[in-house]
Every structure is written in structure tokens, then in C-alpha cells.
Design a protein around this ligand. Structure first.
Ligand SMILES: *[C@@H]1O[C@H](CO)[C@@H](O)[C@H](O)[C@H]1NC(C)=O
Length: 228
């Protein structure tokens, strides 16, 4: 299944299909919940390594979505709207549901939530696509949705997915913080306005790193006290 970029969380009780007739009416207790998760990468946030044919076709050699959009100019919007409409569909959710998946983590760029002046990221109909797929997954399979704000304005880790390669500008940046908080508010309002707020979790930030030394990546040394 090409759609499953990576399987997150643990696989428990392989083969057990958890059957929920409708969205759960309760909030999750993460201490007891048995999560079988899939990550929907390359849908609302693009990365060069996920669908390499698509990337080769549109990136113009860029290493990140920022560069892809800079390369495409006004065509970036239509290209990404088509991506949103086709890379993940309800058929994929049916395949995952049948395999017993009960959690979807959905990476988004901050531009799904806010329009930031000077950003190359495209702010379009991401929320509408996220809403259709999430409602389908929660209503039909009782899935839980983790909305991941995978990048933040200015760049949160210098990696292509943190905004753009080499961008560390989020740290100690009041403008970036203001837009980040706006993005979080918008995501919370999306969740509250859904027909099933209890089916969502928000991950407001991904992998903050302000030490430009890959050998410490994934350890506490990748973030300075100043950055934290
Ligand atoms: C602060 O963040 C804004 C918004 O993303 C960005 O345009 C600007 O370049 C950042 N400032 C620095 C010094 O990186």
C-alpha cells in the first residue's frame, strides 16, 4: 500500500479488525487505547522522498515544497489542489479501515491554517479536503485523527519539511510565533467545528531543532535552552 508512508505507533494484535459503527462519543484515554496507526504523508504536506515520480515531475529539482512552489509559481496552487484531490481518497481509508487501522496522523503545512506574507507555501483548500477524509474515517470506521502541523513559519528545524532546507527562522521570532499561534487557533476551531471534536488530537509542532549538527538529531542536544 503506497499510501502508507510509515506506520506509526505500535501494531498490537495484528489481524484484529476493530469494528466501530460510528465516531466514538468519548474522548480517548491514551493510557489504555490500543493504537494501530498510519501516517498520510505526501498529501497535504509534500516531501521529496514519498512519491518520487510526482516529485521529479513538479519540483524542478527543489528539495522542499517551498522550492517546488517557488519553481511552479502560479501553477503551484492547481498542482497541489490536484494532489489533495487524488493522493488520498476514501478508497485508501477503506483499505486502512479493513486492515484494522484506528488512528490516522495527517501532516499539514502551516499554510493549511494561515496565510503568511512572504511564504512560498500555498494556502488553498487543504481544510476542505482534510474535513472530507477525516469525517469519512471517523464516521465510517471510528478512526481517531491526529492533525500534525508539520512546519512552522520561519522554519522549525532546518529540514525540508520544517518549512524549507536551511530555515531555522522560527526560533526567537515574534512574527513567526504570532502566525504559529494563529495556525493553532485555526486548527482548534476546525476541530471544534467538526461534527466529532472528540475524534481529533492536535500536534502543534514537529521536531523542533536549532542545533545544526545532524549527529545530535533525535536527542535532547538538538535543541538549545535558548531555542526551547
Ligand atoms: C521570522 O518569521 C517570519 C515569518 O515566517 C519570516 O518571514 C522571517 O524571515 C523570520 N525572521 C528571521 C530573522 O528569520
Amino acid at each position: 500500500m503506497q499510501v502508507i508512508h510509515s506506520v506509526i505507533l505500535q501494531h498490537l494484535l495484528a489481524g484484529l479488525a476493530l469494528c466501530h459503527p460510528a465516531a466514538s462519543s468519548n474522548y480517548l484515554d491514551w493510557k489504555t487505547f490500543n493504537a494501530v496507526g498510519a501516517n498520510l504523508g505526501g498529501w497535504l504536506a509534500q516531501e521529496s522522498t514519498i512519491d518520487t515520480d510526482w516529485w521529479a515531475r513538479y519540483s524542478g529539482g527543489a528539495e522542499d515544497e517551498w522550492g517546488l512552489c517557488a519553481h511552479q509559481g502560479t501553477k503551484c496552487g492547481p498542482i497541489l489542489e490536484r494532489r489533495y484531490a487524488t493522493w488520498i481518497t476514501t478508497t485508501d481509508i477503506d483499505i486502512l479501515g479493513a486492515a484494522g487501522v484506528n488512528v490516522l496522523r495527517i501532516p499539514t503545512t502551516y499554510a493549511a491554517w494561515v496565510e503568511v506574507p512572504g511564504s512560498q507555501f500555498y494556502h488553498g483548500n487543504q481544510q476542505s479536503f482534510l474535513s472530507s477524509i477525516s469525517s469519512y474515517a471517523t464516521n465510517k470506521y471510528g478512526m481517531h485523527i491526529i492533525i500534525d502541523i508539520h512546519s512552522l513559519p520561519g522554519g522549525v528545524n532546518g529540514f525540508p519539511f520544517g518549512e524549507a532546507e536551511g530555515h531555522y527562522g522560527w526560533f526567537n521570532n515574534q512574527t513567526a510565533l504570532k502566525y504559529s499561534l494563529d495556525a493553532v487557533d485555526e486548527a482548534i476551531s476546525f476541530i471544534q467545528n467538526s461534527n466529532s471534536p472528540q475524534s481529533y488530537t492536535l500536534a502543534p509542532m514537529n521536531e523542533p531543532v536549532d542545533v545544526e549538527d545532524l549527529s545530535v538529531f533525535g536527542t535532547p542536544y538538538s535543541l538549545t535552552d535558548d531555542g526551547a
